[in-house]
Write a protein that binds this ligand. Structure first.
Ligand code: NDP
Length: 322
């Protein structure tokens, strides 16, 4: 009976999802692991979370079977350690792809056409007082776009961009055989070939600070950087410098290196559009993500294969309970 399965939820959780989890499982929301008694820790069989779950945390829960992550990017979860120790990790791919791609297009247009700033201008009464908002020095017209991370989300962004009549290229660790977009085997080569770089790659060790000073230099003085992947993919210090000194033109960021902290130097910049990690954040899409978290837990404890195991779990041959 799932009602008797103790599911630990550290930190925040989508309200709809939390409510359903509470109806269907024995949800524990506190205390934090290091303040639980040994018997409390031993009871926990599952974790549902958005955010960070380290190997240290897993080690303290001897009967943990599954970590159901709310979100497709699970760089906060040590999936390698989990896989090596027979713990299932699931994430929420696909159900958020279109929403995130839509938001990316919105952020790109906002960045090159200064829509947020133009609205602030109107609201401050400056239209009436000072006349028209200045013409934007940037536009999407004539741009060549490079996508780092042409996966589920990157491809959905590319498909949308086709409708805008811009050229599209990409960089992954390996080329896809199902698209005709130009492939660049290195990020530096992609940045040199385009003037607009969209990051849709995951966080973690393989991408840490991949967008560094040299990549920004290669993007050039008309360059626009859009990041909806993870803040850790960009060297934030180098980006701030590049925006300050004109190495690149502008940036649109939904993700940051140390969320929810955003460096004051970024906030002070006029040529940056800054969003508080909202790419998938609609009631509609968050419900789809939450439902998938719940389906994964129900499948697992119902003795069926989890619906969306992460690649580390698949590779380790972890499928279902027992
Ligand atoms: P996918 O796994 O489908 O795509 C990831 C892509 O990144 C693949 O094409 C992969 O290709 C490429 N990639 C991975 N590692 C590297 C690397 N080291 N260098 C270059 N390319 C790399 O994931 P999704 O498209 O579903 O999601 C992508 C990411 O978007 C998530 O991991 C998450 O971080 C972020 N995201 C952000 C959201 C937000 O709210 N801002 C919402 C949802 C997702 P290859 O394996 O060939 O390298």
């Amino acid at each position: 009976d799932p009602k008797t399965v103790p599911v630990f939820i550290p930190g925040r959780m989508n309200p709809d999802t939390l409510k359903t989890l509470q109806e269907r499982f024995d949800v524990r929301q506190g205390p934090p692991i290091d303040q639980m008694s040994e018997s409390e820790r031993a009871e926990i069989r599952a974790v549902a979370l958005m955010g960070v779950f380290t190997a240290e945390m897993m080690k303290q829960l001897p009967n943990l079977e599954i970590i159901a992550h709310f979100g497709v990017g699970y760089d906060g979860v040590d999936a390698g350690y989990a896989a090596a120790n027979g713990i299932m990790v699931t994430n929420t791919p696909d159900v958020l792809t279109d929403e995130v791609a839509d938001t990316t297009i919105g952020l790109l247009l906002n960045t090159v056409r200064e829509l947020s700033r133009a609205e602030v201008y109107l609201r401050a009464g400056q239209w009436e007082k000072n006349g028209n908002y200045p013409l934007t020095p940037t536009t999407l017209r004539g741009r060549s776009v490079g996508i780092m991370g042409l996966g589920r989300i990157g491809l959905a962004i590319a498909r949308r961009l086709e409708g805008f009549g811009v050229s599209i290229a990409y960089h992954n660790r390996s080329a896809r055989d199902d698209v005709a977009y130009a492939y660049h085997p290195t990020l530096a080569a992609l940045a040199a070939a385009v003037d607009t770089l969209i990051i849709a790659a995951p966080g973690g060790g393989g991408t840490d600070k991949a967008v560094d000073a040299a990549v920004l230099q290669a993007l050039g003085p008309d360059g626009v950087l859009i990041n909806i992947g993870r803040g850790t993919v960009v060297d934030e210090e180098a980006l701030i410098k590049a925006l300050q000194d004109g190495t690149i033109r502008a940036a649109g960021l939904d993700v940051f290196a140390r969320e929810p902290h955003v460096p004051q130097a970024l906030i002070d910049l006029d040529n940056a559009v800054l969003l508080p990690h909202v790419a998938s954040a609609s009631v509609h899409t968050r419900k789809q993500m939450g439902d998938l978290v719940i389906r994964n837990l129900e499948a697992w404890f119902g003795g069926r294969p989890a619906e969306t195991p992460v690649p580390e779990a698949v590779k380790a041959g972890i499928k279902q309970r027992g």
